[in-house]
Design a protein around this ligand. Structure first.
Ligand code: ATP
Ligand code: MG
Length: 724
């Protein structure tokens, strides 16, 4: 592409930001104003104008996906594949540097990068070797402290003895030092080490830093508002010689303070790089006017903003209002989302251009279930599909075993999860015994239990007794309550509660969501059949798909149609931010809402459910305060806002839409399902709870072959069907 043509794609302010190549530059601008486009074009312009070779530019993105996109766009502008680029996330770039200079950090270049599990195991060993009771001082707590120190660029030697964490837990620094030493001994680094080591090398070895000063003529940084201290130190060290650093960011989109990001880095930029040019971009090219006005209005409820103007850059005065939809419950919410996705498809909007953005991972479940019914392909970006998540698979294994004691795969999965002290050899012995006698492993385990050492013996006995009890519970308490009992009594919940890693609370939420999903079925068998079908539903690769992801994962992305479900107090804003004193957490949640709304190009649909099923019980959900902070002129509200369950069940506008719930004697509510009529005939039309409408092509006992309109040919149980 010629210089004229790529520069012509920019407005005057953007163009100025691209052409001011030398010296420090900060682009501070709202969502969708073309910050990333400026950065990419600047990259290409630097190469195109011969100021630097591809490997002489250092470009930092927030995700690997963003790095890939930038690589492609740069290549498109310069007209050739961009080779040898230093383009990636902070971690990727630092890993590459550390491999080059590993010896300077006491490692060799083949060092291993540890995952969270290994990391935790190592720290635990370090603590145990020093006679620390890890029950009283869980390694997860210490690990969190260590990570915070690393985020701040503090090696053990740099942590002050009066540091808050050290005062709270004396010897933390000593353990940190021992942990770092262990890592060196095994030639490994954890994620936080990557940056820390490189910064330390730069400080200790001016010769190495100077190599990079010579190499990197230009530095480019996207999503600058979310850099933490150590990342900032790294950037400053690299930039100090030439000062050709360009950072782009938006203080209103700072959403990673929980990972140590500091929006103050934006303010410090001017101090650290005196004479820096500050460019403000004000035209938003992404979203329609109502979407923009809605997001801008919402964010004015935050205090302490740097303040920015944002106006529509496209001069189409049209643009639909932002829709705010109130629904009865999450099933209805998922149904609404499904319908509107289909409607958008009819309007020729590609599925790739649609996204459902949730606050927390567990929320994808209801939408996944619904999209499967409709046969709409989807992907869960940055995470696993709900039923593929480890804790869900574990819980399902318990339930499968309860239903079907001969399910050896399920047995193997859970026999030592949580840990019961059973070694590989014990499990191998169960295998052998089961094979020799032709019995299920569970039965073999019952026979073997007496031969085990005391600890595993009592643990396994307890598990077997558990299954006997739980099978009875199934009769008396029903499947939802039983599932809760199983998860509690097996020690599974306790295991997750003891786990202080950042993922653990999300796992617990997923399990709660699982029991909620079970409540949608009458029996355990029905639910298990459903999940088996869901799991089997593998979508073909390469097809267009709706994206399901968290709001955090959506940063920097854009879609024609964006769904923002679950806007309820305690969900979004999340409970933690509400429990906190002060409004820091709440303001971060609001910025997250701003990020969510500004992902939409043409249509944004926000929704909330008035009721949530929690442990089989219905509770009312209070609509998110953010819904009251939207500008009435720009939005359209649908469905009455409902505050209290009692109101809505007995008097509310939705009262007639649903049959009243039957409250069982023990207080667990069940939703009655329409009874299936007994016989279906070939050629008859049916409706399946998960696959939608279809035509019966064959009947065999209670199993039917059905050609579904959307989901294709399937074999299903008649109890899942209704006349269609
Ligand atoms: P975010 O804050 O969400 O990361 P951003 O500021 O990085 O947003 P971009 O993603 O670079 O914004 O741009 C938003 C959209 O506007 C993109 O589709 C981009 O191609 C388009 N765009 C940017 N600048 C212009 C322009 N001058 N003319 C037309 N379209 C533009
Ligand atoms: Mg961007």
């Amino acid at each position: 592409m010629s210089e004229e043509s790529y520069l012509a794609r920019l407005n005057p302010e953007q163009r100025a930001a691209v052409e001011a190549v030398d010296g420090p530059l900060l682009v501070l601008a709202g969502a969708g104003t073309g910050k990333t486009r400026v950065l990419t074009t600047r990259f290409a312009h630097i190469l195109h104008s011969g100021r630097a070779q591809p490997w002489q530019v250092l470009a930092v993105t927030f995700t690997n996906k963003a790095a890939r996109e930038m690589r492609e766009r740069v290549a498109a502008i310069i007209g050739q594949p961009a080779e040898g680029l230093w383009l990636g996330t902070f971690h990727a770039l630092c890993a590459r540097m550390l491999r080059r200079h590993a010896e300077a950090a006491g490692l060799t270049s083949s060092f291993t990068i540890l995952d969270t599990d290994d990391q935790m195991r190592l720290l635990k060993q370090v603590m145990e070797a020093r006679q620390i009771d890890v029950k009283r001082w869980p390694p997860q707590v210490l690990m969190a402290t260590i990570q915070r120190w690393k985020d701040r660029g503090l090696t053990p030697a740099r942590v002050s003895p009066t540091d808050e964490a050290e005062v709270a837990n004396p010897r933390s620094i000593a353990f940190y030092a021992a942990y770092q030493q262990r890592l060196l001994d095994i030639n490994a680094a954890d994620f936080g080490c990557l940056l820390l080591h490189v910064v330390e090398i730069f400080r200790a070895r001016p010769d190495i830093l100077e190599q990079y000063h010579r190499q990197f003529r230009y530095i480019l940084v996207d999503e600058y508002q979310d850099t933490n201290q150590v990342q900032y130190q790294w950037l400053r060290l690299l930039a100090q010689a030439r000062k050709n650093i360009c950072c782009v960011g938006d203080d209103d989109q700072s959403i990673y303070s929980w990972r140590g990001a500091e929006v103050e880095n934006i303010l410090r930029f001017e101090q650290d790089f005196p004479g820096a040019t500050i460019v403000r971009l004000e035209s938003n090219y992404r979203s329609t006017a109502p979407i923009l006005a809605t997001a801008s209005h919402l964010i004015t409820h935050n205090e302490g903003r740097l303040g920015k103007t944002l106006r529509p850059g496209r001069n189409d005065s049209s643009g639909e209002k932002v829709q705010v939809v109130s629904l009865w419950d999450s099933e209805e919410e998922a149904r609404m989302v499904g319908e509107r996705i289909e409607q958008a498809q009819r309007e020729k909007i590609s599925l790739n251009e649609m996204a459902v953005l949730v606050r927390a991972g567990f929320q994808t479940r209801s939408f996944e279930d619904r999209l499967i019914v409709l046969g709409v392909p989807y992907r869960v970006v940055g995470g696993l599909r709900f039923y593929e998540r480890a804790e869900i698979r574990d819980a399902m294994a318990y339930l499968r075993l309860l239903h079907q004691p001969a399910d050896d795969l399920a047995f193997e999965r859970i026999v030592n999860t949580p840990r019961r002290g059973l070694g590989d050899s014990t499990i191998a012995a169960m295998h052998l015994a089961a094979r020799e006698q032709g019995i299920p492993m569970m039965a073999a385990a019952r026979e073997l239990v007496e031969t085990l050492k005391p600890r595993p013996r009592s643990a396994l006995r307890e598990l077997m007794a558990g299954f006997d009890r739980w099978r009875e519970a199934l009769e008396t308490h029903g499947h939802v309550r039983t599932a809760e009992i199983v998860l509690e009594e097996s020690g599974y919940i306790a295991m997750l509660k003891a786990d202080k890693s950042p993922e653990a609370p999300g796992r617990l939420d997923n399990l709660k969501e699982l029991t909620r999903a079970m409540g949608e079925f009458e029996t355990l068998a029905g639910f298990l059949d459903h999940t088996a079908l869901v799991m089997e539903n593998n979508e073909e690769a390469g097809a267009e798909r709706v994206s399901l992801m968290t709001l955090h994962g959506a940063k920097g992305l854009e879609f024609d149609l964006v769904f923002l479900p679950g806007w309820e107090e305690g969900v979004f804003p999340n409970q933690r931010s509400l429990d906190e004193t002060g409004n820091k957490g709440l303001e971060e949640e609001r910025r997250l809402a701003y990020v969510g709304i500004t992902r939409g190009r043409k249509r944004v649909i926000i929704s909330h459910a008035a009721n949530r099923r929690i442990y089989g019980n219905w509770t009312s959900a209070v609509p998110s305060r953010f819904l009251d902070e939207l500008p009435e002129a720009e939005i359209s509200r649908e469905g009455a806002q409902r505050q209290r369950v009692a109101d809505s069940v007995f008097n509310g506008p939705m009262a007639a839409r649903r049959p009243p719930r039957i409250i069982e004697a023990d207080g667990w509510a069940v939703a009655p399902r329409p009874a299936a009529t007994s016989t279906y005939k070939r050629g008859g039309r049916v409706f399946h709870q998960k696959f939608g409408y279809g035509t019966v092509t064959g009947v065999e006992d209670n199993k039917l072959d059905v050609s579904f309109d959307k989901a294709g040919q399937k074999r299903v149980l008649d109890s899942f069907l209704e006349p269609g």
